[in-house]
Design a binder for this molecule. Structure first.
Ligand SMILES: *[C@@H]1O[C@H](CO)[C@@H](O)[C@H](O)[C@H]1NC(C)=O
Ligand SMILES: *[C@@H]1O[C@H](CO)[C@@H](O)[C@H](O)[C@H]1NC(C)=O
Ligand SMILES: *[C@@H]1O[C@H](CO)[C@@H](O)[C@H](O)[C@H]1NC(C)=O
Length: 342
């Protein structure tokens, strides 16, 4: 059997701290996508309480984000397969209905409490096979939709606590060797047991502390010495899970081939447009300036809910009753692109 180790899921977070003017760099996202990293969506506004909102809000956040990525990074909608709810608060059945209707393949929002045996990705045909930590998991069946759960990271002594995002464990006073040992023990719980995929979710915080970054590098170097550890994206992992191969076969396994560029996202420009844009939340009177970089033309205003192109016309976007057939899976998938042609 093979152990799969995923690190390079790049979740797009539109802005990180609400209270700061936001910076979004769509040239860098295009670079990541062109290099073969997988981009997924995590809402435009990072609004609190989204888990209890309706279908339209979820569509506006998720399909709007997909449209922004298309428009400013040229990442095509059919390469965006996954989504994550803000604050790991899944949107009950509503979010999963959006996943189904708009042709996504997986969600990765459900966290698993610390467990001696990690949980593998599962489809939502059946009941969730673990406690729902957030309390807002789907309760209906969504056949064929994948959940890639966030297992809690921890060590047996509970030093550093436990966390779905690795930077949320308290390791910032450790040196690089200790960080390495911690990651190793956490990883080995997967590797020597059921070999569930080891997902490493990070916020950028981790990379602002030298010792954490050094410890991570030591860990990555160590995993590279093992013949049966592979670094793949979530979609690549799911492809393997649905049609497993032996370690020996993986040498020539096309879906995991890093050299064949299977991304449609073209190379980014060398010099991006740096856009300073006015931004006003639809419900507020206060406007400020936000910044973004892109290889494409600067929009008129900062792209936001209902106006993913930044046209300056609030409420311009309508993803729900647009094309013939509405958000059917294939029509839904193409919507980002259809939008471009208007
Ligand atoms: C966007 O990417 C597509 C390929 O996916 C390419 O054909 C098209 O020319 C690109 N558009 C721009 C404006 O670069
Ligand atoms: C970007 O710079 C590289 C190296 O200088 C050059 O080879 C390439 O053609 C440039 N690409 C664009 C799109 O200008
Ligand atoms: C927004 O502006 C309008 C008109 O200038 C004013 O009547 C209203 O009180 C303002 N609302 C807030 C929340 O400041």
């Amino acid at each position: 059997m093979n152990s799969i180790c995923f690190t390079f899921l790049v979740f797009k977070i539109f802005h990180f701290f609400h209270q700061h003017p936001s910076c979004s760099n769509y040239q860098q996202i295009q670079t990541l996508a062109n290099d073969g990293h997988e981009i997924a969506v995590e809402t435009i506004s990072l609004q609190m309480g989204l888990q209890d909102k309706g279908y339209e809000e979820w569509v506006g956040e998720m399909i709007g984000m997909r449209s922004i990525l298309k428009h400013f990074s040229n990442v095509s909608a059919n390469e965006i397969n996954g989504m994550r709810a803000p604050f790991l608060k899944p949107g009950r059945n509503t979010q999963y209905k959006v996943i189904e209707d708009f042709g996504f393949i997986y969600d990765s929002s459900i966290s698993v409490p610390p467990s001696p045996i990690p949980v593998w990705p599962y489809t939502l045909d059946y009941k969730i096979p673990h406690e729902c930590k957030s309390g807002t998991c789907p309760t209906k069946s969504f056949p064929g939709i994948w959940e890639v759960p966030l297992n809690a990271h921890f060590v047996e002594s509970y030093e550093g606590g436990h966390c779905p995002y690795m930077d949320q464990c308290v390791l910032h006073n450790h040196d690089a060797e200790e960080v390495f040992a911690w990651l190793q023990e956490d990883f080995e719980r997967y590797y020597y047991q059921n070999k569930a995929p080891y997902m490493m979710p990070f916020h950028t915080n981790w990379f602002q502390i030298k010792e954490l970054e050094r410890g991570l590098h030591k860990f990555l170097d160590w995993t590279q010495t093992m013949p049966d550890v592979w670094f793949v994206t979530i979609t690549q992992a799911l492809t393997w899970i649905t049609d497993p191969k032996t370690n020996k076969q993986l040498g020539g396994y096309e879906p995991w081939n890093c050299k064949s560029k299977n991304t449609q996202t073209p190379k980014p420009c060398n010099i991006s447009n740096k856009c300073a844009l006015s931004f006003k939340e639809p419900t507020s009177n206060i406007s400020d300036t936000r910044y973004m970089e892109t290889c494409f033309d600067c929009p008129a205003v900062y792209p936001w809910l209902g106006d993913s192109h930044g046209s300056g016309i609030p409420g311009r976007d309508n993803y729900i009753d647009q094309s013939e057939g509405g958000p059917g899976s294939s029509a839904g998938r193409d919507q980002g692109d259809e939008e471009e042609q208007k």
